[in-house]
Design a protein around this ligand. Structure first.
Ligand SMILES: Cc1ncc(COP(=O)(O)O)c(C=O)c1O
Length: 401
C-alpha cells in the first residue's frame, strides 16, 4: 500500500510543472498557528505560507465570511458594481492614506499595476518617462514587469530581455540613489522592509534620500508592501514608520488571509491620470476576495490585532534574541513586529529540515537568513513554544555544521 506522501509526490512528479523544490511533507490541516501533515505530525507555523495566513489557519470568522459569501455570490466581473469593492477600497484608504485602490489577484500583479500606472502618469503629463530605479536584493514578483525590477540574476537570466530601463542601486546607499535618479526617472520602487532580500529595513537616511530624490526630480515613489504591509511590522504599513509618502503602494499576501487578492493603492495625483480601459483584471476584487479581505481588515483594525501584534512582537523579539544569543553562528537579528530575520555566518538552508524535525516551520532566504513570518494572531505562549523548537533546531544544525 502506498502512503499519502508517496501518492501525492508521485502524481505531482508526473503532472505538475517542476518549478518548486518542496519539503518532503504533505500538509493537510491547520488550526490557528498549528499545522498537521498527512502522517499526523504537528508543526508550529512561523511562516504563514510566506506571510499570507495572517489570521492563522481555519480562522472561524474568515471561514464563516468566505462560506457565507460563497453561498450568496462569488463573482460578477468588473462589468458590474457589487457592494464590497468600494468598502474595501475605503478601508484601505483609511489605513494607508492613499485614497484609491485597483484590485488584482497577487503581489506581482499589484506591482505590475503600480509600474503601469507610473508610466501612465508621465504619458498623461506628455513627458513620457520610461526609467525605473530599484534596489539590489529586491524582490517584486515573477511577471515580466515585476521581474524587471527584481534584482536576483538567478530569477532574471532565463527570461531576458526584460524591461531595459531599470537601474539598480545598493540598499541603504543614499549617495547611489541620488546619483541614479534623474528627470528621466518615472518611479523609484522599493520594499520599505526587504523580505526576500534578507529582512532588511530601509534606514532613515535612505528614506530621506528617496524623499529628496522625488522632490528634486518629480519621480514617483512606489512602496512595495506586499510582504511587510498590513500590520506585519506592527505598523499598518512600514512606509509610515519611515515617514515616507508613496504615490503608489502594492499589497497582497496577508490581504485575503489566504484567498488570493492584491491591490495597487493609488494617490490622487496618479489616479487623476488614469482612464477607463487603462488596466483590468477579470477576477480582480471579486466578492469572495473582497469579503475575505474585509474580514482580515476588520480583525486588524476593529478586532484589536494591530495592538496585539505590537505587544506580541516585542515579546517575540526578546525571546528570539535570547535564543539567537545561545548559538555562536548567529550574526544578526533584524526586523520589526512579527517579521524577523536571523542572519547566520553560513548557509541557513539546513534550518528548514531541522525545523521540521523539531516541529516548527521556518524558511531560508538570501542564503544565510532564517525568515520568520508567523501568523499575526500568534500569542506570547505560542511564540515561546515555537521559538523553543527553533532553539532546538538551531542546536541540531550547529552540530551538523
Ligand atoms: C515584496 C514582494 N513583492 C511582490 C511579491 C510577489 O507576490 P506574489 O508571489 O503574490 O506574486 C512578493 C512575494 O514574495 C514580495 O515579497
Amino acid at each position: 500500500m502506498t502512503s499519502v506522501m508517496e501518492d501525492v509526490v508521485g502524481r505531482e512528479t508526473r503532472h505538475v510543472v517542476q518549478t518548486y523544490r518542496r519539503q518532503p511533507i504533505t500538509l493537510v490541516r491547520g488550526q490557528g498557528v498549528r499545522l498537521w501533515d498527512s502522517e499526523g505530525r504537528e508543526y508550529l507555523d512561523l511562516l504563514s505560507g510566506i506571510g499570507v495566513a495572517a489570521l492563522g489557519h481555519a480562522h472561524p470568522g474568515l471561514a464563516r465570511a468566505i462560506s457565507e459569501q460563497a453561498t450568496t455570490l462569488i463573482h460578477t466581473s468588473n462589468l458590474f458594481y457589487h457592494p464590497l469593492q468600494g468598502q474595501l477600497a475605503e478601508q484601505l484608504a483609511a489605513l494607508s492614506g492613499l485614497p484609491r485602490a485597483f484590485f488584482c489577484n497577487s503581489g506581482a500583479e499589484a506591482v505590475e499595476a503600480c509600474l503601469k500606472f507610473a508610466r501612465r502618469y508621465w504619458y498623461t503629463k506628455k513627458e513620457p518617462r520610461a526609467e525605473f530605479i530599484a534596489l539590489d536584493e529586491s524582490f517584486h514578483g515573477r511577471t515580466f514587469g515585476a521581474l524587471s525590477v527584481t534584482s536576483d540574476e538567478h530569477y532574471r537570466a532565463p527570461f531576458e530581455p526584460l524591461l531595459p530601463t531599470v537601474t539598480f542601486v545598493p540598499v541603504n546607499d543614499p549617495a547611489a540613489l541620488a546619483a541614479a535618479v534623474s528627470t528621466r526617472t518615472a518611479a523609484i520602487i522599493a520594499e520599505p522592509l526587504l523580505g526576500e532580500g534578507g529582512i532588511r529595513p530601509l534606514t532613515p537616511a535612505f528614506a530621506a534620500a528617496i524623499r529628496e530624490a522625488c522632490a528634486k526630480t518629480g519621480a514617483l515613489f512606489i512602496a512595495d508592501e506586499v510582504q511587510c504591509g498590513l500590520g506585519r511590522t506592527g505598523h499598518p504599513f512600514y512606509f509610515q514608520a519611515l515617514g515616507l509618502t508613496p504615490h503608489l503602494v502594492s499589497v497582497g499576501k496577508a490581504l485575503g488571509g489566504g484567498v488570493p487578492v492584491g491591490a495597487a493603492l493609488v494617490g490622487q495625483e496618479v489616479a487623476d491620470t488614469l482612464s477607463f480601459g487603462d488596466h483590468g483584471s477579470t477576477y480582480g476584487g471579486n466578492l469572495l476576495a473582497c469579503r475575505a479581505a474585509l474580514c482580515v481588515l476588520h480583525e486588524l483594525v476593529d478586532g484589536g490585532l494591530m495592538m496585539q501584534i505590537n505587544r506580541v512582537g516585542r515579546h517575540f523579539e526578546k525571546t528570539l534574541r535570547t535564543v539567537a544569543a545561545r548559538h555562536s553562528f548567529v550574526k544578526d537579528v533584524r526586523g520589526a513586529g512579527l517579521m524577523w530575520g536571523v542572519e547566520l555566518d553560513r548557509d541557513a538552508g539546513p534550518i528548514v529540515p531541522a525545523g521540521l524535525a523539531h516541529g516548527v516551520i521556518v524558511n531560508r532566504t538570501a542564503d544565510t537568513v532564517i525568515r520568520l513570518l508567523p501568523p499575526l494572531v500568534i500569542t506570547e505562549a505560542e511564540a515561546d513554544e515555537a521559538l523553543g523548537r527553533l532553539d532546538a533546531a538551531l542546536g541540531a544544525m550547529g552540530g551538523t555544521a
